[in-house]
Design a protein around this ligand. Sequence first.
Ligand code: PNS
Length: 165
Amino acid sequence: MASERSRTITAIYPGSFDPVTNGHLDLIARGAKIFDKLIVAITRNLEKDPLFEIQERVEMLETVTFDWKNVEVDVFDGLLMDYARARNASVVLRGIRAVSDYEYELQMAMMNRKIEPHIETVFMLPGEAYSYLSSRLVKELARLNGLPKGLVPAAVEQRLRLKFG
Ligand code: PNS
């Protein structure tokens, strides 16, 4: 008989989330299903010129993840592995949309493993409808008033409208 698992598995889903897209949400839904706790962690000061302030990104993520009771939104400074250790996480969750993401993700995962061998990076694939979606393109399209429907949550669409009119 298989032994009952008693350990709680906490995963961190790190990123810039500037802003959160439906692709991120798709991955959060998948991660929340298999991990006991999922911490969506926004990195501070990574991008020099972000569109949304950290607090705005936290608010948007909290709004769109409200229904998942095992999902928490947080902000971290510095090294991801230091943060993961401090939060007792054993997994880092990352999404891979296309082969083009792989090289960058592999580099980060291997470097993170070098820093902290006890934390595993787990890759998941978002739904194919989101395989071409990125926050960068969302911002560009919103700025040019050409963002198609259904790529970002309604709360984010509203904030983009406020930014760009
Ligand atoms: O949304 P992004 O920009 O693809 O996320 C990149 C992120 C935040 C996961 C990465 O830049 C990161 O982990 N930054 C924290 C600093 C760090 O630990 N850097 C070393 C990574 S090997």
